[in-house]
Design a protein around this ligand. Structure first.
Ligand code: FES
Length: 404
């Protein structure tokens, strides 16, 4: 039996014209995934590739804003020719680079009641008049990243300490079942200390959490100088669960915390240095404040925000439970500075509300991307100078996954 090679040359009917409005419609043409959309009601149809070049978010979740297609992740905007015309993170003076443009199909036409795509240059200048109802090809799954993606079952993650519960969730004499890396452990707190029912390198407590290392860990220590410092008050936010991988959630947390907790209007840029097992980022803002990140692989983040009269530290600690489940622990540590009284309930409430806003944004960001984990190859996505933290996270996790 002859096997027909799939071709992307020619005109492909992809959707009924009446079904395409100002909400992107996923379609397939010649085996490639696109979205078609009208950038103004009743206007001509534009066609775009199915994924945003920045962090590969599906453009089926984009929206039309001011006659542009706006990606749901970081609000990059594209005109009908695929030209990237706005990147909010570059600021009002920033100019998107040409490499941020989308490779649009050669032609899109509305004819005979249908939307037709020609992915590549074709000899026929117009779509053919169909003699019968045209057959529309199934919508292909948008291409997954070609390089390595760090999911929650990656073998390298067995060689690290992971948070698996708040210490207070495991009462004296009690037991607790936890999920980690696709497996289940039953933890017990007995007179001899913490025990795990199935083999593990170790179980311990640190920073108010129970941690478990399935195999000999090679993650670096995670120091929190504020822990135990009597000038700080501390408290936990309720743990959250995300239906995605820890790597992409850590990336979304960096993104969201930078947006919500270190406001962009405060100016300044991140200076980021790689360190063994992680990275350190510092940003001095125009109003004299200082923000600093410490990341330790795989999924431990400390954000410290310093102003003239307050220090706020937020710990984001992630538990990769299953391929589609990550638990996130968030701890706040607040100080009013040397000689000042400890922050009161109102201060704590404000800091908690800010952190919760950042977490809600992170969960929404992660839900709108769906790469199944964090792409580790820096060639897979398009990184700009405003993406320094995300690049540093990818580098650190790529090193960790490779055992470096
Ligand atoms: S703007 Fe599309 S993924 Fe960032």
């Amino acid at each position: 039996m002859a096997v027909l090679a799939r071709t992307s040359t020619g005109w492909f009917p992809v959707a009924r014209a009446a079904e395409v409005g100002t909400t992107p419609v996923p379609v397939g043409a010649g085996g490639r995934a696109y979205v078609v959309v009208r950038l103004r009601p009743g206007g001509e149809v534009s066609a775009f590739p199915a994924r945003c070049p920045h962090r590969l978010a599906p453009l089926a979740r984009a929206t039309v804003v001011d006659e542009r297609l706006e990606c749901a992740q970081h609000a990059w905007r594209f005109n009908g020719e695929g030209r990237c015309v706005a990147i909010p993170a570059l600021g009002p003076e920033g100019t998107p680079p040409p490499r941020a443009d989308l490779p649009v199909p050669w032609a899109v036409e509305e004819r005979h009641g249908w939307i037709w795509l020609a992915p590549d240059r074709t000899a026929a200048p117009r779509p053919p008049r169909p003699l019968a109802e045209p057959a529309v090809e199934p919508v292909p799954v948008p291409p997954a990243p070609r390089g390595p993606v760090l999911g929650n079952l990656d073998r390298s993650l067995r060689h690290a300490w992971h948070p698996v519960a708040l210490s207070r969730e495991l009462r004296p004499g009690g037991w607790l079942q936890v999920r980690l890396l696709g497996g289940t452990w039953t933890l017990r707190r007995g007179a001899a200390g913490l025990l795990a029912d199935q083999p593990a390198y170790g179980v311990r407590e640190h920073l108010g959490l129970v941690w478990l290392a399935p195999e000999k860990p090679r993650d670096p220590p995670f120091d929190v100088p504020e822990d135990g410092d009597r000038r700080f008050v501390t408290g936990w936010l309720p743990p959250l669960r995300s239906p995605g991988a820890a790597g992409s959630l850590a990336d979304a947390v960096l993104d969201a915390a930078d947006h919500v907790l270190v406001p962009a209007h405060a100016g300044g840029e991140w200076r980021v240095d790689s360190e063994p097992g992680g990275f350190r980022g510092v940003r001095e803002t125009d109003d004299g404040c200082r923000a600093g990140y410490v990341h330790r692989a795989p999924f431990r983040l400390r954000l410290r925000l310093e102003s003239a009269d307050a220090v706020t530290t937020v710990l984001f600690l992630l538990q990769p439970e299953d391929p589609d489940s990550t638990r996130l622990y968030t701890r706040l540590l607040l100080s009013a500075g040397p000689g000042a009284p400890l922050p009161g309930p109102a201060d704590v409430g404000r800091a908690a509300a800010d952190a919760q806003e950042a977490l809600a944004r992170a969960l929404a960001l992660q839900a709108r991307g769906d790469a199944g984990g964090l792409p580790l190859s820096l060639r897979e996505e398009l990184h700009l100078p405003c993406d320094r933290l995300g690049v540093a996270l990818r580098r650190a996790l790529a090193d960790f996954a490779a055992g470096r």
